[in-house]
Design a protein around this ligand. Sequence first.
Ligand SMILES: Nc1ncnc2c1ncn2[C@@H]1O[C@H](COP(=O)(O)OP(=O)(O)O)[C@@H](O)[C@H]1O
Ligand SMILES: [Mg+2]
Length: 311
Amino acid sequence: MSGAIIELKGLTKQFKMKTAVHKASFKINKGDIFGLIGQNGAGKSTLLKMIGGLLYPTSGDIHFFNEASDKNQLYFERMGLLIESPGLYPAYTAYQNLNLMMIAYGIKNSNEEINKLLQLVGLENEKKLKVKEFSMGMKQRLGIAIALLGSPDVLILDEPINGLDPHGIKEVRELILELNKNGLTIIISSHILEELSKVATQYAIIHEGKIMETISKDELLLKCEERIELEIDDAKEVTPVLEETLNIKHYKVNDQNTIYIYDSQVENHQIVKHLSAKGIAIHSISKHKQGLEQYFLERTGREAAYSDQFI
Ligand SMILES: Nc1ncnc2c1ncn2[C@@H]1O[C@H](COP(=O)(O)OP(=O)(O)O)[C@@H](O)[C@H]1O
Ligand SMILES: [Mg+2]
């Protein structure tokens, strides 16, 4: 069996004339913090609702632990969801909210379980406070506690930091990392890649209902790392000079005509000097640094407005 806990195969959702999600296919591995990134209206909530069993797909399949979801309804019980705002009772405390939810879900409501959850989300000291007196961050953390009822294998959080102040964002981010450390697989959506990058280990970029790219954290960081871009006729004749003469180890042949050099100590003029000495023509050489947001914008067709970020 592969490490995939969830696999989407051509998942599609059509609302009358609107295709909200179009043939989404990707895998989520156990232990991932899987970041779904897309602008408003891209299809994030629709996709998460299908994964969480709140919306039925128009076509395509979801496999959970290699089982098709429609063959195994128990699948949805192994998901904890926080999609859109949590349905909380404002006149009650966090403890009372959890107690009511446990009764509603038909889970045995125990004092011990409630206290454990309150502690996990950092609300154990707010025993007397009613939810209407909570900050946005506290409400969100209580929403996460409710999503964790029944000890799910996968937690789905749809834009959990929307509307939070920087302090609230930090609290939710730390909670996500803590829950993941205990083995929980987490799927989290956002329209801000920079924020997602502080937690996610794997990403899918969604744009107008289509998955544009799936990429690991390491691959993304490498793509956004500062580099020298070198345009030449034939990478094969250039790499020996880079390695042997200039002692450059950290580089990537992007295609036959482009090489990316990541070694930060090497200067452009040294590269020009040594390649020229071997009679190798350089078509262009430039320093390139791409921020995470710019990377995301390029993949969603809005790069033009940000081109001044190049150096
Ligand atoms: N119930 C619905 N009926 C019709 N259109 C919908 C419905 N839900 C979402 N949509 C449309 O599908 C698209 C994707 O929406 P959504 O998944 O909410 O995007 P996101 O969460 O990325 O902002 C949007 O154009 C939205 O208007
Ligand atoms: Mg949404």
